[in-house]
Design a protein around this ligand. Structure first.
Ligand SMILES: *Cc1c(COP(=O)(O)O)cnc(C)c1O
Length: 434
């Protein structure tokens, strides 16, 4: 459920008319709903209420400072994958006491930054990495709190580029090597064993793979609790969202009308499926959701440049492009695209909805049916709050888009549109070319 809806003919985010946002800040612009993020956060915690979980928001999904501050205010910690993300959380006014630091290639400098700022734990993906962490902790004269990321070899049944829990992925250490890895860690002077972690992939819409992985790693967790006194089990992120019927899925009635077997996994069902494996362990449970918290809480506003009627194919050319939202080009992903102003007197149009970038892959949707919209009119690409701005680039020397946060009837620019001067600020012509 989310808070993007038509009020009369006009698309709103909470109580804010999105056309007003586009008028004030231009396009392309990301707009986020603080209320939707808060609802998602509370529903997820509620789904696991019996376990009182610690939610560590996966910053990589949407790392805007305002979004981070919002989640910190709600009580979340953070799942971090770089020194830059650590600095963002600190810049947002939060601390690292309930945050974890993951990733397969942490540098010494990043490890130092995490330890100096009192990170809850580092999630370790290999034995060479463990040695590096032990070394840095020794230099600082501290013990580094750690958990190993275990790869349970479970197929998440999601897109190949976002599957992370199979034996042939680069992530984590294999289940059968886990016991030896923990024994090695126990011998290191500057390592404090704290927990166990897994993360099997992203955009999962069924409970089966989560349950299979939790059962496998749960059995290990019980042993580790007995042998090494671990205190927590992080079950990772990966809970999926609705992309196909994004607008309709804002209403509770849409979910209730679906037969249970066709209903995408809800946070309530996710919690209910995993709690039976987790509760008997008596460990603190960490959740690391990214997409679920922010994905359906954001849209990308764009303006129509032209409707180009080709031979047998129409192209709706908009001012947003693959550099602003790369998911369709990168993951073949679906985003629902709707007009900001609904007009029942207009005909439907079937078109490819594309950006202006010089790549055939710069296509948001093929053969999409949409109400006829003309030059200057506005559209919204839905479910763009996660892995949207966070993956944006300046390809084709397009400046990064603006970001706006809405709460109720209030809205504010939380990231100004980049200027051309900023884009080229660090570039220079070398003396030998002058
Ligand atoms: C990316 C990632 C997440 C978040 O994944 P979502 O699918 O956005 O929930 C959580 N944990 C780890 C270790 C990750 O790499």
């Amino acid at each position: 459920m989310h808070q993007f809806h038509y009020s009369g003919p006009d698309l709103h985010c909470e109580s804010v008319d999105l056309a007003a946002v586009a008028k004030l800040y231009g396009t392309p612009t990301y707009v986020y709903s603080a209320g939707t993020m808060a609802d998602n956060y509370r529903r997820l915690r509620q789904g696991f209420a019996a376990l009182d979980p610690q939610v560590c928001y996966a910053v990589k999904a949407n790392s805007n400072l305002a979004v981070l501050r919002h989640f910190a205010n709600l009580g979340a910690g953070f799942d971090l994958v770089s020194g830059g993300e650590i600095r963002r959380v600190l810049a947002a006014g939060a601390n690292l006491r309930t945050s974890v630091f993951a990733g397969v290639g942490k540098t010494e400098e990043e490890i130092r930054l995490a330890l100096e700022n009192g990170i809850f734990a580092l999630h370790v993906e290999s034995e060479p990495e463990l040695a590096r962490i032990n070394h840095v902790a020794g230099q600082l004269g501290v013990q580094a709190p750690i958990a190993f990321r275990i790869n349970p070899d479970v197929d998440a049944g999601t897109h190949a580029k976002i599957t992370t829990g199979k034996a042939d992925n680069k992530f984590g250490i294999p289940l059968r090597q886990a016991t030896a890895a923990y024994e090695a860690a126990a011998k290191l002077k500057h390592i404090a064993i704290r927990g166990v972690q897994m993360h099997i992939g992203s955009q999962l819409t069924e409970a089966g793979p989560f349950a299979a992985a939790t059962e496998k790693v749960g059995a290990l967790a019980a042993q580790l609790k007995a042998n090494h006194g671990i205190t927590y089990f992080s079950i990772g992120g990966g809970l999926g969202i609705v992309y196909q019927d994004a607008l309709a899925s804002g209403a509770a009635a849409w979910w209730e009308a679906l037969p249970p077997e066709r209903r995408p996994l809800t946070p309530e069902a996710y919690g209910a499926a995993l709690t039976p494996f987790l509760a008997p362990l008596g460990l603190k449970v960490l959740l690391e959701p990214g997409r679920f918290l922010t994905g359906n809480a954001g849209v990308l506003l764009a303006r129509v440049e032209h409707l180009k009627r080709g031979a047998g194919r129409n192209f709706l050319i908009v001012d947003a492009a693959m550099n602003d939202l790369v998911r369709p080009a990168m993951y073949d992903s679906y985003h629902e695209i709707v007009p900001l102003h609904r007009d029942s007197s207009r005909r439907a149009l079937v078109a490819d909805i594309v950006g202006p970038v010089c790549e055939t892959g710069d296509c948001f949707a093929r053969d999409r049916s949409i109400q006829e919209v003309g030059e200057g009119e506005l559209v919204a690409l839905l479910s763009a709050g996660a892995y949207g701005f966070a993956m944006a680039s300046r390809y084709n020397t397009r400046a990064l888009p603006a970001e706006v946060l809405v709460q109720g009837s209030m809205f504010e620019l939380v990231n100004a549109r980049e200027t051309f001067d900023r884009v080229i600020a660090l570039e220079k012509i070398p003396a030998f070319l002058k």
